[in-house]
Structures are given as C-alpha cells and as structure tokens.
Write a protein that binds this ligand. Structure first.
Ligand SMILES: Nc1ncnc2c1ncn2[C@@H]1O[C@H](COP(=O)(O)OP(=O)(O)O)[C@@H](O)[C@H]1O
Ligand SMILES: CC(C)(COP(=O)(O)O)[C@@H](O)C(=O)NCCC(=O)O
Ligand SMILES: [K+]
Length: 255
C-alpha cells in the first residue's frame, strides 16, 4: 500500500491506496509548529484506529504548498516508516505540459489536480479547488496546463470579515434560508455563499469564453460540495482529486 499526503495551508489530507483504491483517508490541521515525532504519533494513531501499521506501507508521496512544514514531514517518513518520500517538485515526472511563465511557480496541488483530472476526464477542463485560496486552472483541449486564477478562499474571507468588523460575529458557512437576510448571521451567510457562487460563475464563464470546446468543470477542496449545490456550472465534485493525482504520479515515477 502507498501513503499519500496533500499538504495545504489549512489542512493536510492523508490517504492510503491499495493499488488504485483509496482505502483510508484522514484530515488534520496544518500545524507548522509540529515536530517529526508529533506527526509520527498522530499518523500512528490514525493508522492503528484502522488496524494499519507503518509496515503496511511500501512508498510515500507528498505534495505541499507549505515549505516550512516539509522538514518535519520528511523526517517523520524516514524515522517512522523508514521510507524516503517522493515529493512533488524537481526530479518527479508528472507528464504535465505547463504553459505558465515559470512552470516551477505553479502550486504542487494545482499540478497534481490537473494530472488526475486529465486522466479521468480528458481536456478541455476547468478545475476549481476551494482551499485556503480558491484556485481556478484551465487545461486546454490538448491537455496543456494553461494557467488560471487565484482568489482568497471562503474560509479566510469570512475570517477577514469578522476580524475587521467589530459587530460581525464568527459564523458557520452554511446555506441561509433567503438571499435577503433578516439578521446579521443570515445576511453574512447570504453574502458569503452567494458571493462565492457568483465568483465561480463569473470566472468560469470568462474562462469558457476563451476556451476551445466546452471545458468540463471539476470542483474539489473542503467547501466544494456547498458551492456546487448552488450552481449548475460545476459538472463534477471530486473531493479526492489531489489524492488520486498523487497515487498516479507515484506509479508513474516507480519505473
Ligand atoms: N469538511 C469541511 N467542512 C467545512 N469546512 C471545511 C471542511 N474542510 C475544510 N473546510 C474549510 O475549507 C477551507 C479550506 O480547507 P482545505 O480545502 O483543507 O484547504 P487547504 O487545501 O488550503 O488546506 C478552510 O477554511 C477549512 O476550514
Ligand atoms: C494558490 C495556493 C496558495 C493554493 O493553496 P491551498 O489553498 O491549497 O492551501 C497554492 O497552490 C500555491 O501556493 N501556489 C503557488 C502559486 C501559483 O500556483 O501560482
Ligand atoms: K488543496
């Protein structure tokens, strides 16, 4: 079995694949202060809850957009699994043709998502990832990664709102009963949810206007289901797109 880790700015999503099947998955906070031993104990506990041990794992692959956490994570892999992990970056084949000014600048999560989505859905594609940031990636009909857009994510935008406006509370991001809010909480929920739906529709419409063919729109990330429920523009929600891409890239790099 292989162990895959997707390190985002808010959460680390971990998975165990047996062949092409995702057998287990977990989500933990991206704590930049944790040591290799703390990560090791956390992983051991998650594993043991499922009856797994570190000895069941033959290989590890990590994608990260948080460089400061990598020292502890890589050390954890060596100490507790006795495995040097593959890390998405220089030296790892992805097969992706990247048309960014500087291809090295593209976030590893965006690359991994693109690899998985191209394999599963072909091109053209628009991938929307609702993470700390909301990213939009356009993949053309020739399966080239053309670039995209990066916007502040739903969670951090909501945080900015209550941090900067004294009378606005911290709220849960859920669908309100009405677009016309009758109290502060539901007015904020309406603004955030429908504001985001509008952003997605606005950006996707503009990207589609430039695209050749009709790109399929794939959504992933923590809050994807909530937004997808409110919009007909999202064709597929795939919460495990990044984990799938990691499994595929691992296999590609074994030969
Ligand atoms: N299952 C969930 N339910 C509700 N909110 C979530 C869930 N998972 C993540 N979030 C929220 O979505 C935002 C992005 O999370 P995530 O997709 O894990 O981001 P990243 O990949 O940047 O770490 C965060 O604000 C987080 O609090
Ligand atoms: C845009 C991101 C911050 C998204 O990260 P996330 O929301 O998943 O934590 C990340 O992909 C990143 O740091 N990218 C580098 C810049 C770029 O892709 O152009
Ligand atoms: K992510």
């Amino acid at each position: 079995m292989i162990f895959v880790l997707d390190v985002g700015n808010t959460n680390i999503v971990l998975g165990v694949y047996e062949g092409e099947k995702l057998k287990y998955h977990w989500r933990i906070g991206t704590d930049r202060t944790k040591t290799e031993d703390e990560f090791g104990m956390m992983v051991k506990q998650l594993f043991s809850y499922e009856g797994l041990t570190t000895k069941d794992i033959d290989g590890i692959i990590i994608s990260s957009v948080v460089p400061p956490i990598m020292y502890a994570l890589e050390k954890m892999c060596k100490k507790y699994f006795n495995i040097t992990p593959m890390v998405i970056g220089p030296g790892i084949k992805t097969g992706l043709n990247i048309k960014y000014d500087n291809p090295k600048e593209v976030g590893a999560d965006r690359i991994v998502n693109a690899v998985a989505a191209i394999d599963m859905y072909g091109g053209p594609l628009i991938i929307v990832d609702f993470g700390t940031a909301t990213t939009y990636c356009y993949i053309n009909e020739e399966k080239q990664y053309m670039g995209g857009a990066i916007a502040p994510g739903i969670g951090i935008s909501t945080e900015a709102l209550y941090n900067r406006a004294s009378k606005l509370p911290r709220i849960e991001i859920v669908k309100p009963n009405n677009i016309i809010g009758k109290n502060t909480v539901s007015a904020m929920q309406a603004g955030i949810l429908y504001g985001y739906v509008g952003q997605v529709e606005g950006i996707v419409t503009r990207m589609k206007a430039q695209a050749v063919g009709n790109p399929k729109v794939i959504a992933t990330g923590g809050l994807a289901p909530l937004i997808a429920n409110e919009s007909t523009m999202i064709d597929v929600v795939d919460p495990f797109l990044t984990l799938k891409g990691l499994q595929m890239i691992y296999t590609k790099n074994l030969e």
